[in-house]
Design a protein around this ligand. Structure first.
Ligand code: 5AD
Ligand code: SF4
Length: 442
């Protein structure tokens, strides 16, 4: 029988994408995917390092897995425990020191080496070079069919925000070629995908050269959206995450002209205080951000925005926090994520003095209440409207289906016919928590 494997994924959508590719790589190399983590022959943990809580989860899971490995050993069976992802990249030695049952550690740019590594007897080696090209070349076309599919188009980050580990764990910015992305998108669409979500730590800095009229010319994100939108059968295009200073006119114009490009932009600002933005090395001010939102809304009327916020960053005063709340009030976000600052080893801000934890907790609660209220307000404005919904999944109830609006709001409807993969008009009737319930317009 073939050896079985299970991949547990922590963190962001880029890790989800990586895990899907790793799944395929192992399946095509003759291993068998299993749904039983603890009983698998090869247990892989694809980790996240962005905040302390995320990386600590790895160590508690490793503790649990070691016990299963020991039990298997007693009955003469072997289990490989493998750690990959951003924690592996950042603290591979520490992982091997803290948990002796780990066999291999390899970073997010070393996936392609796994089938080779598994054949080796010798354990405990860390593979963490930034081998982007080799990694993407090793990826096969996706075997998992879905209505909405992810494609990583860019990896790494050159921005070096002072709180963030990404430039160290994912390395320098790397953009995949237009040809590679186009081929992957086309194959996904041929296999039933209707929506492509382009991923990258900084998709808005996407840059790749192509030969046009005999000359080398750069393609940026706006043009990439235009190129992908030519794929027959592809209905929706999205991208994340962007940095405000990279959003150019070409991309804004593309949103205006390209009906396949969804009117939703995830644009993290992190703080509404110029003092804190400067200390975070964000390279923009609150005025720049507000001006950018105004410019985009001026050109693309139905554009909605989401953002990321960090509260309790070192040096954040009551007044700085009030400025963040004021910015939220001014922008009116459709949805957002907020996090309590977490000092990450090796980042410039990690040596700064942290603010009082109770104050940080109170601010987190306040910002979350504010953002939730805004999300609700945004959603309420759609009640009784008719919206186009792309259906991607079955709901929990009989004959129930779930889809998303152009602004990413989940919508539940009932239908006797299978409507997965279809874009249908829905009259929005009710809002429960953050999701809509409606009726199909026939
Ligand atoms: N502490 C808290 N939140 C962080 N993020 C990144 N680094 C940290 C950190 N050290 C948040 C940012 C980023 C999102 C992906 O995670 O808001 O946009
Ligand atoms: Fe991290 Fe994003 Fe800043 Fe890059 S732009 S350093 S990924 S927060």
């Amino acid at each position: 029988m073939n050896r079985s494997f299970f991949i547990k994924t922590y963190g962001c959508q880029m890790n989800e994408y990586d895990s899907e590719k790793l799944n395929d790589l192992l399946k095509f190399s003759g291993y068998e995917q299993t749904s039983n983590f603890e009983n698998s022959d090869i247990a892989i943990l694809n980790t996240c390092h962005i905040r302390e809580k995320a990386s600590e989860k790895l160590y508690s899971d490793l503790g649990r897995l070691s016990a299963f490995k020991e039990n298997k050993k007693k009955i003469g069976k072997k289990m490989h425990i493998i750690v990959t992802g951003c924690v592996a990249q950042a603290e591979g030695d520490e992982i091997l020191k803290r948990n002796k049952s780990v066999d291999f550690v390899f970073g997010p740019q070393n996936f392609h080496e796994l089938p080779k590594i598994l054949k080796k007897k010798k354990a405990k080696k860390i593979h963490n070079n930034f081998l982007y090209e080799e990694k993407f070349k090793s990826f096969s076309l996706s075997s998992e069919k879905n209505v909405s599919k992810l494609i990583t188009i860019q990896e790494g980050c050159d921005k070096f925000c002072s709180f963030c580990v990404v430039p160290y764990t994912r390395g320098k910015e790397f953009s995949r070629t237009v040809e590679d992305i186009y081929a992957e998108a086309r194959s996904l669409v041929e296999n039933g995908a209707k929506e492509i979500i382009m991923l990258g730590q900084n998709v808005s800095s996407y840059k790749s050269s192509v030969i046009k009229s005999g000359k080398d010319q750069n393609v940026f994100l706006g043009e990439l959206c235009r190129i992908l939108s030519k794929i027959d059968g592809l209905k929706r295009i999205r991208y994340l995450t962007s940095h405000p200073i990279d959003i150019n006119e070409e991309l804004i114009d593309e949103h205006k002209q390209n009906t396949k490009l969804m009117p939703f932009l995830h644009l993290p600002i992190q703080s509404g205080s110029n003092k804190i933005l400067k200390s975070m090395n964000r390279k923009h001010t609150r005025e720049f951000y507000l001006g950018l939102i105004k410019k985009i809304k001026g050109k693309v009327k139905n554009m909605a925005f989401s953002s990321d916020f960090i509260v309790g960053y070192p040096g954040e005063s009551d007044n700085d926090f009030e400025e963040t709340l004021d910015l939220i009030e001014k922008v009116k976000f459709a949805s957002s994520y907020s996090f309590k600052y977490s000092a990450r080893p090796g980042t410039p801000s990690s040596i700064k003095k942290c603010i009082d934890d109770n104050i940080a907790n109170k601010r987190l609660k306040k910002i979350q209440q504010t953002l939730n209220a805004q999300q609700r307000e945004f959603n309420i404005s759609f009640l009784s409207d008719t919206v186009e919904v792309l259906f991607s999944n079955k709901g929990k109830k009989n004959n129930q289906f779930v889809g998303r609006t152009p602004h990413l709001q989940p919508v539940h409807v009932f239908s006797k016919e299978n409507i997965i993969g279809k874009i249908l008009r829905v009259k929005i009737e009710r809002l429960t928590s953050f999701s809509f319930h409606g009726n199909l317009i026939t």
